[in-house]
Design a protein around this ligand. Structure first.
Ligand code: 2M8
Length: 448
């Protein structure tokens, strides 16, 4: 599958990726995010594969340079050429190399994770490569991916629940979602314990109201402090961690990623003894997710491990069973109903029938604020991919058409106002450009 490089939208998307390319990796966005983010890099590589397979592979190679000895793939790989003042928290704030013997010695990284979409990306890149090249890519990434997933299934699921524990809202990727309001609100930052810091993000958006509040930032940084002091040993810190949640969305992505990993193992001629292990991870994930689905409310809940209560806010995370795939007939019917309902794409005020990350019917909905209500093109892509995967082509096609219309009208913003369509957050966001390339390529080839 390839994309018509003369298509005006494809040309704009490719130009953004090129402008954000530092040579070794692609900045998540032009100004606001000047380093390489973990799940951004995976989505970016899916788009890059339509321009150059080699460049797509390079993107993932750059990210995996940051992988820790314990298998953890950190959420940021810092570019040493970018001044420390360009983004906060900078690498020094994490101090990963000093705090943990597992952190790489020669690459500066953060000390937390992001959703594990990487195996999905590698599999898609392989699907687009010639067979010999695909085998080489699979061989290169199979073991790093296996170790990454093993870390998630062990250090992040010591209970063998099938659900991944996140210890910071940033680990969910949906940093400021109302899902995290209750667990975050209870965190008290001890007086005088948090080293001072200066936020850099507010300088890059039109209105500070599009970003998290200062109170949220204090708590985010306090969690970083606790993690750092504990050597980033999430498995040992356990009860000492102020934020501990079983995240259904991350868990569902891991199920889908493990399915991709099986295919990668096959292409890489991986050790056949690994296969039952990966299959058991998939089963465990599916069982865990099934336990989170609340039929009465049509919600896939998260679980707050600190107070033991489910978190049932209405965000796109509730489509976790769809992302994990293989849904039962009843769950599928419920998901389709929910999707078309006024809680998501059927809301009468929407500019395009695209899912706001938080439902307009959730009390935490805020249409302009980061992860609390806008439409994120990259999330539209993930859900499009998921609907296609379970064979719901009509839903998927409509979603892709609306998403392309949105970007054509608004540009390659980080997120958009669901009602007015206004561009919000950062301009020229790399993953927005990347998913547009993938959508265009899928349209041209008639495949999904
Ligand atoms: C946002 O997160 C970073 C922190 O990691 C930030 O707000 O500074 C989130 O949208 C996250 O999901 C994304 O990966 C990152 C870069 O696009 O920005």
């Amino acid at each position: 599958m390839s994309v018509d490089q003369q298509h005006p939208l494809a040309m704009r998307a490719a130009a953004i990726l090129q402008a954000n390319d530092t040579g070794t990796s692609i900045k998540a966005s032009a100004d606001l995010y000047p380093h390489q983010w973990s799940w951004d890099a995976a989505f970016v590589s899916i788009g890059l594969a339509h321009i150059s397979i080699d460049r797509a592979v390079q993107e993932m190679r750059s990210l995996f340079r940051g992988q820790w000895q314990n298998g953890m793939l950190p959420h940021i790989v810092y570019n040493p050429d970018v001044p420390a003042t360009a983004y906060f928290p900078d690498a020094a704030r994490w101090d990963a190399t000093k705090a943990s013997p597992d952190a790489p010695r020669d690459v500066a990284t953060s000390g937390i994770i992001q959703p594990p979409v990487h195996a999905i990306a590698i599999r898609l890149i392989c699907d687009r490569a010639e067979p010999e090249q695909a085998r080489a890519i699979a061989r290169e990434f199979y073991h790093p991916l296996l170790e990454w997933h093993r870390y998630l299934m062990s250090a992040r699921d010591p209970e063998s629940s099938g659900l991944v524990t996140i210890v910071h809202p940033w680990e969910s990727g949906m940093d400021n979602a109302p899902r995290w309001d209750a667990p975050l609100a209870r965190i008290q930052v001890p007086e005088g314990e948090l080293p001072p810091f200066e936020r850099r993000d507010l300088a890059h958006v039109a209105d500070p109201a599009q970003r998290p509040t200062d109170a949220d930032y204090d708590r985010y940084l306090w969690i970083v402090e606790v993690l750092k002091r504990g050597g980033y040993r999430v498995d040992r810190l356990r009860d000492a961690l102020p934020f501990r949640v079983k995240d259904s969305f991350v868990s569902a992505i891991l199920v889908a990623a493990n399915e991709s990993l099986i295919r990668i193992a096959d292409m890489a001629d991986g050790d056949v003894d690994d296969l039952p292990i990966i299959e058991s991870w998939i089963d465990r994930g599916r069982r865990g997710l099934a336990g989170q689905w609340d039929t009465g409310q049509d919600v896939c809940a998260d679980l707050d491990l600190v107070d033991g209560r489910p978190i049932s806010t209405r965000t796109i995370a509730t489509f976790a069973p769809l992302i994990a795939g293989q849904v039962t007939t009843d769950t599928k019917a419920a998901l389709i109903r929910l999707w078309h309902s006024t809680a998501f794409t059927g809301h009468p005020d929407l500019r395009w029938p695209l899912p706001p990350v938080t439902s307009p019917e959730d009390p935490g909905f805020a249409p302009t604020r980061y992860w609390r209500g806008p439409v994120w093109p990259v999330m539209s892509w993930l859900l499009w991919w998921a609907w296609s995967r379970i064979g719901e082509d009509v839903v998927a096609d409509k979603l892709r058409a609306a998403a392309l219309e949105q970007v054509t009208a608004v540009g390659f913003a980080e997120y958009m106002h669901p009602f007015t369509g206004e561009a919000l957050g950062s301009d020229d966001q790399s993953w927005t450009a990347a998913v547009v390339l993938d959508w265009l390529a899928s349209l041209e080839s008639g495949t999904r």
